[in-house]
Ligand binder design. Structure first.
Ligand SMILES: Nc1ncnc2c1ncn2[C@@H]1O[C@H](COP(=O)(O)OP(=O)(O)OP(=O)(O)O)[C@@H](O)[C@H]1O
Length: 359
C-alpha cells in the first residue's frame, strides 16, 4: 500500500550541530517549519531535497526517495525549491524564464501548464518584461511560477518572503494562499514570521536545536500550553471563522466560529460570508468564574479548562481552554490561577480583549 503524505526520518550533522527528526507530514496543504534561527529548518529542507548528506528514510506520497539502499540524487527528486532570493535568468524575459522551467520537464510528466501559473500568479502583464525591471515581489512570483512549471510533487519554500518589504509581502501572500488552495501537492514552508505561518499553514512543525518539539494541525498545536512557543510573548491561537454581520454604527463585525462568536473592529470591512482566520494572543485572554456584565469587554465566552502549563516563567501560567470545538490559550498570573482554583475540567468564562483578523 502507498503511504500517503511525507514520511521523513533523518539524522544529519555538522561538527557542532546534529539534527534528528522523525516526521509525518500531510500529502497536501502547507506545512510550516517554525523555530528560532539555527534550529535546523534549512538543514531539514536540504535533507528532503537531497542536497545535504544524511542517513534515514524519506517517502513522498508513496514514492521512496531515500532509505538504506536508495538515495535519489537531487536532480531525480521531483521537487521545486524556492529560496529567499531565487535568481531568474537575467537575459530571458519573464516568458523565457517560464518556458525554461516547462521545457525541462518531459511532456508526459507535465501536470501544471503555463496558462495555469500565469493565472494563479497574475503574470500576464509581466510576460515581456526583463527580470531587471521587476519589483522584488514580482520577481518572487515569477520564480515560484517557474518552479511550478517543472510539475513538482513537492514544493519547498525557504523564507520566500523575507527579502521583501512589508507592502510586497502583503501583496504576495494572497497568491500563496491561492497555491495552497489549488495545488494538490505538499508545500513545506520555512518561516520566522508567526503572522505568515498563521495565515498560510495547515500543519506546523516546531523545531529547537535540531529536534522536533511539537508537530500537528496548526490550530491544535498552537493551542497546546506545553509547546515551547506558548511561553513566548506573542503566543497566539488561530481560529477559523466566518463573518456573519456588520454593525455599521459601532464599526464592528461579528465573526462566528465553532463554539461561539466574537465582535471585532470592522477595519477590514469584510462582507458577511467571508471566511477569515482570527489571531488571538494568549496575553489578551483572561479568565473569570462567571460572566460579569459590568465591564467594557464585549467578548465573553463560556469555556472549559483543558490543561495548564507548569509555571515556566516566574509568576505566569499558560492555560488552554476550549469553547465548543475551538481551543484558546490564556496567559494569566499564577496568583490568579491559584485564587480562581483553576484546574482541568472547570467551566469558566473567557474574556477576550482583542482579536485580529489575519490579513
Ligand atoms: N555547512 C555547514 N557547516 C557547518 N555547520 C552548519 C552548516 N550549515 C548549517 N550549519 C549549522 O547547523 C545549524 C542549523 O542551521 P540551519 O541553517 O539549518 O538553521 P535554520 O533554522 O534554517 O536557521 P535560520 O532560521 O537562521 O536560517 C546552525 O547551527 C548552523 O550554524
Amino acid at each position: 500500500m502507498r503511504e500517503p503524505g511525507i514520511l521523513a526520518r533523518f539524522d544529519a550533522g555538522f561538527e557542532r550541530f546534529r539534527m534528528q527528526v522523525d516526521l509525518q507530514l500531510p500529502g497536501n496543504g502547507v506545512t510550516a517549519l517554525f523555530g528560532h534561527s539555527g534550529c535546523g529548518k534549512t538543514t531539514l529542507l536540504r535533507c528532503i531535497a537531497g542536497l545535504q548528506a544524511c542517513s534515514g528514510r524519506l517517502s513522498v506520497n508513496g514514492d521512496v526517495w531515500q532509505d538504506h539502499n536508495v538515495s535519489l540524487p537531487v536532480h531525480k527528486r521531483p521537487l521545486a525549491y524556492v529560496f529567499q532570493e531565487t535568481s531568474l535568468f537575467p537575459h530571458l524575459s519573464v516568458k523565457g524564464n517560464l518556458d525554461f522551467g516547462y521545457r525541462r520537464t518531459p511532456a508526459t510528466q507535465r501536470r501544471i501548464h503555463p496558462q495555469q501559473v500565469i493565472d494563479w500568479l497574475r503574470l500576464s502583464r509581466l510576460l515581456d518584461r526583463m527580470p531587471e525591471r521587476l519589483s522584488g515581489g514580482e520577481r518572487q512570483r515569477v520564480a515560484i511560477a517557474r518552479a511550478l512549471l517543472t510539475s513538482p510533487r513537492l514544493l519547498l519554500m525557504d523564507e520566500p518572503l523575507s527579502a521583501l518589504d512589508q507592502a510586497s509581502k502583503r501583496d504576495i501572500l494572497p497568491y500563496l494562499e491561492t497555491l495552497r488552495d489549488t495545488l494538490d501537492i505538499p508545500i513545506v514552508y520555512v518561516s520566522h514570521s508567526a503572522a505568515e505561518v498563521a495565515r498560510l499553514a495547515d500543519h506546523i512543525v516546531m523545531m529547537d536545536q535540531g529536534r522536533v518539539v511539537a508537530q500537528g494541525g496548526l490550530q491544535e498545536t498552537l493551542a497546546r500550553p506545553d509547546q515551547p512557543f506558548a511561553l513566548e510573548e506573542d503566543a497566539a491561537v488561530i481560529v477559523p471563522a466566518v463573518i456573519r454581520e456588520r454593525d455599521l454604527q459601532w464599526h464592528l463585525c461579528r465573526a462566528e466560529f465553532e463554539g461561539g462568536s466574537l465582535w471585532l473592529r470592522d477595519d477590514h470591512q469584510p462582507e458577511p460570508g467571508t471566511r477569515v482566520r482570527l489571531q488571538i494572543l494568549a496575553r489578551d485572554v483572561s479568565i473569570a468564574l462567571a460572566a460579569n456584565q459590568d465591564q467594557s469587554i464585549q467578548n465573553l465566552l463560556p469555556a472549559r479548562v483543558m490543561d495548564m502549563s507548569a509555571e515556566q516563567r516566574p509568576g505566569m501560567t499558560t492555560v488552554s481552554l476550549q469553547a465548543g470545538e475551538t481551543s484558546f490559550l490564556a496567559r494569566i498570573t499564577s496568583r490568579s490561577a491559584h485564587q480562581l482554583g483553576l484546574g482541568p475540567g472547570m467551566e469558566v468564562c473567557l474574556q477576550i480583549k482583542s482579536v485580529a483578523i489575519i490579513e
